[in-house]
Design a protein around this ligand. Structure first.
Ligand code: DQQ
Length: 645
């Protein structure tokens, strides 16, 4: 039976100790008052500093004073243009509107991330055509240069030497042709054997028909790849018979067949069945549509941003997209337009009939495993020939209201690029891990060894301001409690649970991230172990946003899923905290959750970190290494004469 009483912080509510001598208590009171006034002055100063925000292109400002609550309107963005909904609907029903929290400027300014990729302003969505060329990592992305909402989509472009510090370049492609007049949508890069690059992308044409177009760098000797040429024969592909004009988008990177042709997939649907069409080409000018499909799964709806790549069964490195053979498995990923999540399956690619067969059809693509159980969509990998690894990018949208995005003048971030490998221990999962370059942002570190966290307790971790952190943690659970706990056939799931207030014998326990001192705001990142009636243990990894903010106009779900724990492994997690984003990785990245959170109090110096254990029986012991994280340099490329097209 679970106990659903909320757990309490270990200290009493005002924090004073009645057994303390009066003189000490007065001294403590004086100290608190000076700290309070000190913080007040710092807070006012921060508000003053941040009140000078530039006007966005719609003329709206993040106001420096607390605004009155305003009603929020539901606006649809995307489906009218034939693409999935890009607007956040925070409140349940179609006719239901909510009220905006009176966000002030210092709260909104705090939300901007410090080491995740973001354009300087406005809206961003899918990653496009990532690649490494002549010493530079290139990142292209879906971008609205005019507003912090989806629309007017073109390709933004930035370069980096290390995937962490970025320099913004002029737009790579704008909507200037009839075949992409309504938007330069998602696409992928392919390297030809001569080292040249071709980019296939979807154009939403003047009639909003989805077509595929070819583009290539104007000057391959330019390491920055600033100028792009669109092929004069565009569009190279139009929707084939039987495919609706708005269901044909997002070509993958092409891979070589043994016959020496290039092959790639495009997402679509027929009725409610998600499908991936396959094309062959010798020259990227003429194309042959193959009869079969790479894969089709009933009931999954439109497939966006299909990704298809090999992973090694034996090695710890990534593979070029064209590699195949007995030591290789294939991964197919689809972004489901219907539920806005990225799903993958591991299986075998059969070149002869150009099909992908999942190892386990019960967890086929679109109905089984997800890359990330939080906010993460339209992801795309590329083979990084510089470091012999496959790198995954993913779009992390906002979980607040569009009105708040307009006030702050920006919307969306990209995940920290992640290396992606087959988990050779389980063979059933992928492992995602922040690229090693992120470690270069680590500043001073704090170590905590074997901290005992009793059932029903909270332990503060003194690490200074807790808004930019890299946390590595391992948990050992009391063995006796594990054995003693009675099993039950009640099934657990993070998303339908009550979050951390739902207590079981063996969990939840983990970290309280972005929490204020009184714990009135907190985002728990945690494990929950459920014992079945057969005595088997199942471990879940969850993220509870229900108390992440006192504001009502933000999403507050409980995210998560099961995480396999292999014999001999401790429970381990890594958490990257960067203002309004929390990326968390369990068991080396077997299960990953990204949350966007918008605290109103647990911000700046008031953001703290705690360990917690809300199990009813088991104690846990935690060992942690925590780094304060530096900010990345993300700014315009210096001294570039603005050569936009
Ligand atoms: N985003 C692009 C489309 C893609 C969608 C449009 C996925 O190409 O299907 O911005 O977020």
């Amino acid at each position: 039976m679970v106990d659903t009483r909320p757990f309490l912080p270990v200290s009493s509510s005002d924090g004073s100790n009645p057994s303390e001598p009066l003189a000490n208590r007065c001294k403590t009171m004086k100290m608190r008052l000076s700290i309070f006034f000190g913080l007040l002055v710092v807070g006012l100063f921060a508000a003053l500093l941040t009140s000078n925000v530039t006007e966005n292109e719609h003329g709206s400002l993040a106001s420096s004073t607390t605004a009155k609550p305003e009603p929020l309107r539901r606006v649809s963005r995307g489906p009218g243009a034939g693409v999935s909904e890009k607007s956040n609907w925070l409140f349940g029903r179609d006719d239901e509107n909510g009220v905006a929290f009176p966000w002030n400027n210092s709260m909104l300014s705090w939300q901007r991330t410090a080491f995740h990729f973001q354009p300087e302003r406005n809206w961003m969505n899918d990653p496009n055509g990532p690649l490494f060329y002549k010493g530079w990592y290139h990142f292209f992305y879906q971008y609205n240069p005019h507003a912090p909402v989806w629309g007017d989509i073109v390709w933004g472009h930035a370069v980096s030497k290390d995937l962490i510090h970025w320099l913004h370049l002029p737009l790579a492609m704008v909507a200037d042709k009839t075949y992409d007049k309504s938007g330069v949508w998602t696409g992928s890069a392919t390297f030809l054997p001569n080292g040249k690059i071709v980019m296939l992308y979807t154009g939403s044409d003047a009639q909003a028909v989805q077509v595929q177009n070819l583009a290539y760098p104007a000057d391959h000797s330019d390491p920055l790849l600033i100028n792009w040429v669109k092929f004069t024969g565009n569009p190279v592909l139009v929707p084939p018979p039987g495919i609706l004009s708005k269901d044909f988008r997002d070509p993958t990177t092409a891979w070589l067949t043994s016959e020496g042709k290039w092959r790639f997939a495009i997402g679509s649907k027929i009725n409610k069945t998600g499908i991936a069409l396959v094309y062959d080409t010798k020259d990227f000018i003429t194309y042959e549509k193959l009869d079969g499909l790479l894969r089709a799964v009933d009931g999954t709806g439109m497939w966006e941003c299909v990704d298809f790549f090999p992973v090694s069964k034996t090695e710890e490195n990534g593979l070029d997209t064209s590699v195949n053979g007995p030591d290789v498995k294939h991964v197919m990923k689809v972004s489901l337009d219907d539920d806005k999540n990225d799903y993958y399956a591991i299986g075998t690619y059969h070149e002869k009939n150009a099909s992908f067969i999942p190892d386990d059809p019960t967890i086929d693509v679109g109905i089984g495993l997800r890359y990330d159980y939080g906010v993460y969509y339209a992801a795309k990998t590329f083979y990084d020939q510089n470091k012999n690894r496959r790198v995954l990018w993913g779009w992390i949208k906002e979980s607040d209201s569009e009105a708040a995005d307009v006030k702050k003048g920006w919307a969306s971030v990209q995940s920290i690029p992640r290396t992606i490998l087959l988990d050779q221990k389980t063979g059933t999962h992928l492992l995602q891990w922040p690229v090693e370059e992120i470690d270069s942002l680590r500043l001073n570190s704090y170590e905590f060894n074997q901290v005992k966290v009793q059932a029903g307790s909270v332990v503060p971790l003194e690490v200074g301001p807790a808004t930019q952190l890299d946390i590595l943690a391992e948990f050992e659970i009391d063995k006796e409690a594990l054995e003693k706990a009675t099993g039950s056939n009640v099934t657990f799931s993070c998303s339908s649970s009550g979050g951390t207030v739902e207590r079981g014998a063996l969990g939840p326990f983990g970290l309280l991230v972005l929490a204020d001192d009184s714990l009135s705001e907190q985002t728990p990142v945690y494990f929950y172990i459920a014992k079945g009636s057969d005595g088997n243990l199942k471990t879940f990894f969850c993220n509870d946003q229900s108390r992440s903010s006192e504001a009502s106009d933000v999403k507050k779900q409980v995210y998560g899923s099961m995480v396999p724990v292999v014999e001999g492994e401790n429970l381990s997690l890594r958490v990257l905290v960067d203002h309004s984003i929390i990326e968390s990785f369990a068991q080396g990245g077997r299960t990953v959750i990204t949350s966007r959170v918008y605290p109103t109090k647990a911000i700046y110096g008031a953001a703290k970190l705690f360990l917690f254990n809300n199990a009813t029986e088991a104690g846990v012991s935690a060992s942690l290494r925590i780094w304060q994280m530096n900010s990345a340099f993300i700014r315009p490329f210096p001294n570039l004469d603005n050569k936009s097209q």
